[in-house]
Design a protein around this ligand. Sequence first.
Ligand code: GRG
Length: 306
Amino acid sequence: MVQTDSLDPKTSAFDLSAYLSDRRQQVEAAIDQALAIQYPETLYEAMRYSMLAGGKRLRPILCLASCELAGGTITTAMPTACALEMIHTMSLIHDDLPAMDNDDYRRGRLTNHKVYGEDVAILAGDALLTYAFEHVAAQTQDADPERVLRVIANLARAVGGEGLVGGQIVDLASEGNPDITLDTLTYIHNHKTAALLEVSVTSGAILAGATDTDVEQLRQYAQRIGLAFQIVDDILDITATSETLGKSAGKDVAAQKATYPSLWGLEESRHQAQTLIASAKAALDGFGELRQPLLAIADYIINRTY
Ligand code: GRG
C-alpha cells in the first residue's frame, strides 16, 4: 500500500524520502533479527559487519514495493527482501577481495577482508549466499509454496553463471581492454547489476500472485532501471568523490576499464540513462496508484549522488 505517511501532508504528493527511510528501517530490523546467531562468533561478526554497514537497500525495497503493487504484503516479501540484500552484500564482499577488484573501502568503512582477513571474508560471503536461500525457503509466510519455489529458482539463476557470476567473469576478462564493444559492456552490466535488480522486482510480484503479464511488465521496468543504475554508477565513478560514494572513486579509469562514459562521453551517458528511466516508468502504465513507489524509485536512480 502507498502509506499515508509517505504522502506529503501539504501537497499529497508521494514523499520518497519518507518512504525509503521507513522501508530501510523495516529491512534493517529484519536483517538484524535474521542474523542474530552467535556462533561461530567470528563468522557471524563478519557477516553482520558488512550487512549492517548501511547501503541504500535498493534491492529489498524494490522487492517489497512490487509485492505491495501486486496486492501482497510486506510480511510475505520480507524474507526474500533480506535474502536479496544478503546476496548483494556477499557479492560486494567478494568483489572487494584482492583477487577481484581489490578495494579497501565499502559503504564508508574498511572492506570485510581488511578487517577479518581474506579467509574469513570469503567464508562470510559463502555463508550469506547459502543462508539467503535457506531464509526464503524457511521463513516465507502466507505464500503458495509453488510461488516460493519459483522465486528460489529465479534467484539462483540471477546469481549464477547466467547472472552475477557470468557478468563478473566477463568483466574480469575485459579489464585493461578499453576497446571492448558496447555489446560486451552491456552483457557485463545486464548480468552483474541488472539481473539482481530484475529478480528483486519480479520476486515481489510473484510472491503476491501477480499474473504472468504483470510480471513481464515489471520485468521490463526492472531491466531498464537496472541498466540505468549501472550507467549512473559509471558516471559517479568519474564525477563523485570517494567520501560521498563511501568507496574508492576513479577506479574505472585507473583500471583502464571500458565504461559507458568512456564509450559515449558523460553527456550522452546521462541522456541514455534518462531515456531508460523514462521507458522504465512507461512500462508501469496501467498499474494505477500503487505504482507510485516504483515510479519515484526510478527517478531516485537517475538523481542519486552515491
Ligand atoms: C554472487 C556467487 C556470487 C559471487 C559474486 C563478485 C561477484 C560474484 C560479482 C560482482 C557483482 C557486483 C559487485 C556488481 C556491482 C553492482 C553494483 C552497482 C553495486 C553497487 O550497488 P549499490 O550502489 O550499493 O546499491 P549499496 O552499498 O548502496 O548497497
